[in-house]
Design a protein around this ligand. Structure first.
Ligand code: TXA
Ligand code: MG
Length: 309
């Protein structure tokens, strides 16, 4: 694998790889993504295969701005412009009717496409230079932790791409919010970087509650996902009175302090879990974060990370 600085020359090289049907790893503000040309059926098939991702799980398409939307979506409600103005570039993914030119494989055969504008200069430069919408699932093997640094990209992914563009640690640290606007009442299919309260305020209406069958509509809702190797045990408070998580390694106890603010907690969560795995620990005691709507995305990831396989 080669982790490289995002120089103009390296971005040009990566863009050529993408245009020619290959895949590279690119940084975004949420997590690193395995990027390919969303309009190229074979390139998308290759990304599914590198990730070991079930073909029924559609990809998010990354575009350069609202003016690109017509290249991937067939139509959109007026509210999209308002949401885009407020949250794009940013960690809000919108599910909209798909445009017919986009390969069915990208959207896993669905009539809808999930699309967002990433808030990262390197991702935006790559999209611009490649000149095509970029499909990018998180650059982790299926059901494992998403990487939030270039070094965290697992060898099984890194070994299959010519280049990992290093954009530094991701500022948001967990994935985008997936908002379905293709249904009568908009609903969140995956909580993430933009909170439910913020979206409800922007839409000036309450969001729908996703009924259980809709689980299949956003396979980010698979029960076990975002999972470290170590088993997670939740505790009300850590035995040493500190805040965060503790684990046992062969050479002694380990501890990672976690912030008491939801965004700051989210930013370092995956990296903390990855560090526990690297220590060789087999169990993590995690102090339960506070309840409350602003913690929704953190609780969602912790729940999935701790689900039994
Ligand atoms: O923050 C993110 O969204 C990152 C970065 C790289 O952009 N990407 C990401 O992609 O998390 P991925 O593939 O790991 O997750 C995509 C999620 C899945 O839960 C998938 O089921 C859902 O988006 N999704 C994609 N297309 C959809 C569609 N048409 N309808 C419903 N859900 C969709
Ligand atoms: Mg993912």
């Amino acid at each position: 694998m080669s982790i490289v600085a995002p120089t103009a020359e390296n971005i040009r090289f990566a863009a050529r790889v993408v245009r020619e049907g290959g895949a590279v790893v690119m940084p975004t503000e949420t997590v690193y993504g395995l990027a390919c040309d969303a309009t190229n059926d074979a390139a998308v098939a290759n990304v599914f295969s590198i990730k070991g991702r079930p073909s029924e799980n559609p990809l998010i398409v990354h575009i350069g701005g609202l003016d690109w939307l017509e290249r991937v979506a067939a139509s959109w409600p007026k509210v999209v412009e308002e949401l885009a103005l407020r949250y794009w570039p940013g960690p809000l993914t919108l599910v909209l009717p798909k445009c017919k030119d986009l390969p069915d494989r990208t959207t896993a055969g669905l009539e809808t496409v999930a699309v967002r504008v990433p808030d990262h200069d390197v991702a935006l430069a790559l999209i611009d230079e490649a000149g095509c919408p970029i499909a990018a699932p998180s650059a982790n093997a299926f059901s494992r932790l998403s990487p939030t640094t270039a070094e965290a990209v697992a060898p099984e992914i890194a070994g299959q791409v010519p280049m990992i563009l290093d954009g530094g640690p991701c500022s948001v640290g967990l994935e985008s919010t997936v908002l379905d606007l293709s249904t009568k009442t908009p609903q969140i299919l995956r909580p993430g970087g933009v909170s439910r309260a913020d979206i409800e305020a922007a839409l000036r209406m309450p969001l729908g509650i996703v009924p259980p069958p809709a689980v299949r509509r956003s396979p980010g809702m698979y029960q076990r996902h975002y999972a470290p190797r170590a088993a997670i045990r939740f505790v009300d408070s850590l035995s040493n009175g500190e805040s965060g998580l503790t684990f046992q390694t062969a050479t002694g106890p380990g501890q990672i302090h976690m912030p008491r603010e939801p965004r700051a907690y989210a930013t370092i969560l995956y990296d903390a879990l990855r560090r526990v795995d690297e220590s060789g620990a087999t169990e993590i005691a995690i102090e339960l974060p506070p309840e409350g709507p602003e913690w929704e995305a953190v609780h969602d990831r912790l729940k999935k990370a701790s689900a039994t396989p």
